[in-house]
Ligand binder design. Structure first.
Ligand code: NAD
Length: 335
């Protein structure tokens, strides 16, 4: 890599700035030709400019070669109309930056499982609204919908991911009660014909939630919709000990990526130096690997996190007393 790559850093709210600061320090320590630009997002952006995803932030995200994102969400803004809430920023970024196809692999290392989660459709993006019924009751609705092209796209990514791993794909749906899920299942079965080397199984999401606790090692690759993937990926994080350990990537077809820890802004521990920065640091490693095609420094970061943990240093979520900065220092020392 000769030309300088631009990394957009969007720290966001709560522990977002604390953990992305450590990830940035690790990237800087590698002395690669990287330039960094920061911009506010989420509640921090709303405070500064009245919108959770300001035009300048979106512009930086578009110009950048890859984006390192912290987390968004601030309880102070829970009363705002939905379009202005901090959490809308991540939905907006995913929608703007990953329009052609998306994949969200959350690699739970100890259990060696990848969740491929569709990110641009489902109940989060369908028609939604509130009204008062004729009987005077407040009613809310959110439409769950997928078309077959959306399902086919993510199914291909699921099969391709499984083919590179242990060759087992589990498609998670709720086809026993949801029409959307029945379509999902039909399309996944059609796509399976193109991947004879992959063994396809189907599982209802309630059973998948149970099996993830009971026997997570049985899963290789899971492909699922946006809502089910949101919930199951958080659940999978606890199978490896802490939500503070898991990185994720949202990629488009050209591997332009938005990288973020799977956790949120953790307002309960924000500003106390207690957040585990490993998920953010490992997100930086994924960024190097997937968007900048730099597998060696990515390996170095992942090895440094493992080495730092092996010395016994742990943040409170892992049962230790180390601060966010101390954990970052330990990773830098190992690097
Ligand atoms: P959360 O992930 O922020 O926190 C859940 C629990 O895990 C908390 O007890 C928290 O202290 C702990 N935790 C999270 N990250 C940690 C870390 N790095 N180290 C140690 N402990 C950690 O989820 P939540 O409480 O449901 O949501 C809080 C806010 O974050 C909400 O506003 C929510 O909308 C937002 N959120 C944002 C994203 C995102 O930006 N992609 C994702 C999930 C939630």
């Amino acid at each position: 890599m000769t030309d300088t790559k631009l990394i957009a850093i969007l720290p966001g709210d709560g522990i977002g700035p604390e953990v992305t600061a450590e990830a940035r320090r690790v990237l800087e320590a590698l002395a690669l030709p990287l330039a960094f630009e920061e911009a506010p997002v989420g509640g921090a952006a709303y405070r500064a400019s009245g919108h959770p995803l300001p035009a300048e932030t979106l512009d930086l995200a578009r110009r950048a070669d890859a984006i390192l994102f912290g987390a968004v969400g601030d309880p102070a803004f829970d009363g705002l109309e939905r379009a202005l809430r901090p959490e809308q920023a991540i939905l907006g970024l995913r929608k703007h930056l990953t329009t052609s196809s998306t994949l969200k692999p959350e690699v739970a290392r100890a259990i060696d499982l990848v969740i491929v989660r569709e990110l641009n459709g489902d109940v989060y993006f369908g028609d939604k609204g509130r009204r008062t019924t004729d009987a005077g009751l407040r009613e809310g609705h959110d439409l769950m919908r997928y078309d077959e092209a959306e399902v086919r796209r993510i199914a291909h990514i699921g099969f391709q991911t499984a083919a590179k791993r242990r060759g087992k794909l589990c498609s998670v749906d709720k086809a026993n009660v949801l029409e959307t899920s029945q379509l999902w299942r039909d399309v996944v079965i059609e796509v399976a014909a193109e991947y004879p080397q992959v063994e396809l199984t189907h599982m209802y999401v309630d059973n998948a939630a149970m099996q993830l606790v009971r026997n997570p090692g049985a899963f290789d690759t899971i492909v699922t919709g946006n809502l089910f993937g949101d919930i199951l990926s958080d659940q999978a994080s606890m199978c490896v000990g802490s939500i503070g350990m898991l990185p994720s990537a949202s990629l488009d077809a050209d591997a332009k990526g938005l990288y973020e820890p799977i956790h949120g802004s953790a307002p309960d521990i924000a500003g106390q130096g207690k957040a585990n920065p490993c998920a953010a640091i490992l997100s930086a490693a994924m960024l190097l690997r997937h968007s900048l095609a730099l597998p060696e420094p990515a390996d170095r970061i992942e090895a440094a996190v493992a080495a730092a943990l092996a010395t016994g240093v742990r943040t409170p979520d892992l049962g230790g007393t180390a601060s966010t900065r101390t954990m970052g220092d330990a990773v830098l020392a190992a690097l």
